[in-house]
Design a protein around this ligand. Sequence first.
Ligand code: GTP
Length: 404
Amino acid sequence: MEFVEYVLIAVAILVVGLVSAVGLLVGRGRRTTRLDDDAAAGTTLTRPRPPQTTPPPAPAPAPERTGSTAVDPADLPVAEPVELPPAEPEPGLVFETPPPSAGRLVRLRSRLARSQSSLGRGLLTVLGREKLTEDDWEEIEETLLAADIGVAATTQIVSRLRTQSMVLATATGEDLRQLLVRELTAVLGPDLDRTLHTDRHDGRPAVVLVVGVNGAGKTTTVGKIARSLVGDGKTVLLGAADTFRAAAADQLETWGERVGVLTVRGREGGDPAAVAFEAVRTGTEGEVDTVLVDTAGRLHTKSGLMDELGKVKRVVEKHGPVDEVLLVLDATTGQNGVVQARVFTEAVHVTGVVLTKLDGTAKGGIVVSVQRELGIPVKLIGLGEGPDDLAPFEPEAFAEAIVG
Ligand SMILES: Nc1nc2c(ncn2[C@@H]2O[C@H](COP(=O)(O)OP(=O)(O)OP(=O)(O)O)[C@@H](O)[C@H]2O)c(=O)[nH]1
């Protein structure tokens, strides 16, 4: 046998050994505790297991549903009090330490490359021309509209740039860049309150409900928010109120397990409101800072499903007001996002938007449309599939990133 073959065999044995060791560890860490005997609620609390080395699986989008049954909140099962597992992981369990949320947009700015090249560079090229003709102004307008900035904001930017055309004529490349950053920042709502209400108050956890259409990135976003809160030193509990698909709850659980966060889940097909209620109750007893509730994807056009969502919120509110209702919108769906936002906010009063998949689109301007047309601030943006690819939205840093 050649020396190379010996090396290959040795590496193979090492890999098999490592895989078995990780498997044993994962198996040991997993615990699921029944919270109550009521089969109707069927809620379980999953204790974290050690982190996995691969990102959580993203199951295929859920099939479309058609309706739901209304249940009187007063009929909700009341579970027995539970004892939460100790906050400290079992010996041998090591959880990931995610980075804090601050400064993420700047770190992830290269993910906006598609918007940067079509919007930022496109505009700078035209503005840099010696004398701007009507055709040039039209090109600027088209570039802004193509980026989904919307008609009103486009008109505002173009007219403000036109009033500065004297300045443009003599401006250096850097002057133009700064001017564009300033004008884009102005339409990005720099004064909007983007605080994410995740702090404990009045002796109870902050409750965050996450909603949106199928496949927008809700579960992934809940997982990413949990990580970033843990990175900021907060304690978190997850509620898997997507009882429609067990895979969605599994996916959420995996996110939690990686950072030592517990998940309350229900049986498949169970009442999502009961799970959400139970999650908040468990989080309150466990004195966590934040309870994040993931909900099933639903088409905004299905009134039965929108009613179901309204019920989830009403039932959770039996514990006290919901602090944040985050609507997750897929930036690549363009103006349809505005329509979705309108319907969702009518059903559950959305307090903030999470715009996902901005890394995969040249239409970064959708941030502007959503905020302008609905008055709802974009609070977070998704910039990739990685576990920490979620950033607090900051208008100026965003404009800087797009202009490049
Ligand atoms: N590129 C990119 N992909 C993302 C981002 N956020 C989520 N995704 C991907 O979008 C896909 C759907 O994400 P999910 O979190 O499963 O979506 P969901 O809204 O929970 O889906 P349903 O439960 O079916 O309604 C997954 O492949 C995610 O990795 C993002 O910011 N950028």
